[in-house]
Design a protein around this ligand. Sequence first.
Ligand code: ZN
Length: 372
Amino acid sequence: MTTTGYLYHEVFGWHDTGTFVGDMPADPARGLQPYQNYEHADTKRRIHELIVVSGLIKHLKRIEPRLATEAELRLVHTQRHIDYIKTQSETRLGGDAGDLTTPFGKGAYEIARLGVGGILEMVDALYRNEITNGYALVRPPGHHAIPDQGMGYCLFANGSIAVKYAQQKHNVGRIAVIDWDVHHGNGTQDVFYDDPTVLTISIHQDRLYPHHTGLREEQGSNSGFGTNLNIPLSAGVGNAGYQKVFAEIVIPALRKFKPELIFVASGFDSCVFDPLGRMLLTASGYTELTKQLMEVAAEVAQGRILMTHEGGYNAVYSPICGQAVLQELSGIKLLDDPFADSVDNYPSQQLNSLQDHEIALAAALLTDLPTH
Ligand SMILES: [Zn+2]
């Protein structure tokens, strides 16, 4: 029997990213009118609200978050970066995580630590066998943060810290991180680039963000060579394309690497209505990807999957995707996607020859992935 862990705390919605225009501050001289930041509380808060209103919450095991310690942040981050976020977070008007694109309000340091600590609590719950899998609906996100800097709305590398924590505290050996956020998981790649014990796979819209990383040629270095797989795709890939990526690359890679635990950097910005991404995944697409991961996790990892929330900027459809993924993880089906009739039947959901070609190029990387 499956027990699904679930993490959310209201204060995640109080992480204040202010007004921003895309990835730029307002600037009247350039015609940039101030507007709500894309990385805004509503998209995530509304996922949580749907999970409550639908009744799914009653079937999930709530995980109580705690503040991550500085020592836990140091599993990935430099003391300089931690001190920088802490200092900026104490100022009256808040600060920025280091790239001038990641603004935050006063108190963000504690909110971010609560998100990280919550994920670590979920790891502990997994290894106390209280849950089989879980979804951490945290904010701020984490997969862009690198050891010495935050970037791309991310303050700390939430998921990567949890990977290191699972290895150190629970003696987990090999771990895989599957990143289906529409942007490249550059931070995760950076942390584990030399590490043969962590397989990192990122499926993303080619050079959307960051603009110069996520290429197939970035395969890891030293003893970690072969364990970083980037699958950059042109805009417009739909459900069939993502299924093929999973069938031909992600699932075979997991069977080859045999991780003991699978993390997912879960972004709903690969969805059909996202304002930042240009992919076409729908709730049924995310459901199918989740199902396939659960099947391979049952084979190699005792079913152990932990998802950490990353991007997703459409406030209407992100909740539908979140509900779908959590329904699949828990096996409790309560709602169908009310948009399915239209979005699942777009002709562009089908695979085209360009996508087929790009997937074949990425599949060739499997040759360099060590077999366990
Ligand atoms: Zn993203």
